[in-house]
Design a protein around this ligand. Sequence first.
Ligand code: C5P
Length: 422
Amino acid sequence: MSASRSVLLIIGGGIAAYKVLELIRRLKDRGIASRCILTKAGEQFVTPLSVSSLAGERCFTDLFSLTDEADIGHIQLSRSTDLLVVAPATADLIAKMANGHADDLASTALLATDKRVLIAPAMNPRMWQHPATRRNMAQLERDGILVVGPNSGAMAERGESGPGRMAEPPEILAAIELALAGEKPSTRAIGFLGRLPGRDHPPAGALAGRHVLITSGPTHEPIDPVRYIANRSSGKQGHAIAAAAAAAGARVTLVSGPVNLPDPPGVETVHVESAREMLAAVEGSLPADLAIFAAAVADWRVADAASEKMKKDGGKLPPLSLVENPDILATVAQRKNGRPGFVVGFAAETQNVIDYAKAKLARKGCDLIVANDVGGTGVMGGDANTVHLVTAEGIETWPTLPKEEVASRLVAHLARLLPAGG
Ligand code: C5P
């Protein structure tokens, strides 16, 4: 792991500030250095001494301290880092960021930076839901600011609960890892982070040292050089799983059919077209500790794809005879040698979802099936998914969730099921 990664951590004034002390320690464990700015309000909750002791260097508090300016200056402070992290991001700090204020060291550094910024909001639910905060958050998302959390739950104020609890340190750490992983993050990566729910995330490093192999997207089966058989798979679910596995510290190989998505940051992506190419790429990427087959592989291909474009021939229809494609999941799950430690299949059904999934689990020889009902639900190509996890031991049903959240929950779940060892 590179020890040269660093974050500038801006600690705002909220009761959650104490959790940031743990975050600093966890960052250090991951080889990420943190340099800290503590706001005036933040000093009411944690002391510069505790922050600097954990970070291993002095904690900055004052915009007009001559020594700071002589030593480093607020411009350099905000640029000599890989990422700015604001935690807790209070309603006041969020308002300042949305409006470009620069009246203290924290807001000045945020305005002066040329680096990406991740915020972990924390405030009372009424403040979080207030139209002013909604407006400010919408502005920050437009500005490309990354957001982790907040979670819902009990507040420090007695009897209050709702959205506003700061994401937990492992969740913030996972978001930091994801933000640091993309050297040139695409807007989609920003969108993904922007919707990180800060809940049910795998602990940071849960898949460290593991190789995870994932298939995603549809396959295209050629009819001739310009025509093909395809399906409606968008690849969103498989790509989100790849991003979540990378965020959990795994080395990830994503074998992707043709999709309209950027390669997830920090993931080795192999692009293929047909089922046979996908099988070859999968076999070439083994061994793996965990294999997740989320691709919608075409069951059939055209027996003899034409090498030249087929021409209309009067009213005569071309005969298209089909042959079966290799079943990639079954081939890998039934390998005698080099079978991945844990094999996950997907089952998209339009009826009897769970019964078919149970049968598929046995027939294909995999360890877990993620089953979903795609009958008229817009799952294929849509942004949300309702899944059932089917194993030999039983069935677990999850509520309808954004595909990114299904991905992180699934990665957290699989990290717990994975056989020990590397
Ligand atoms: O049999 P069915 O297509 O419903 O099975 C779905 C599961 O099998 C998915 O995990 C899919 O990725 C995988 N599969 C495969 N190769 C095929 C067909 C399906 O890997 N040829």
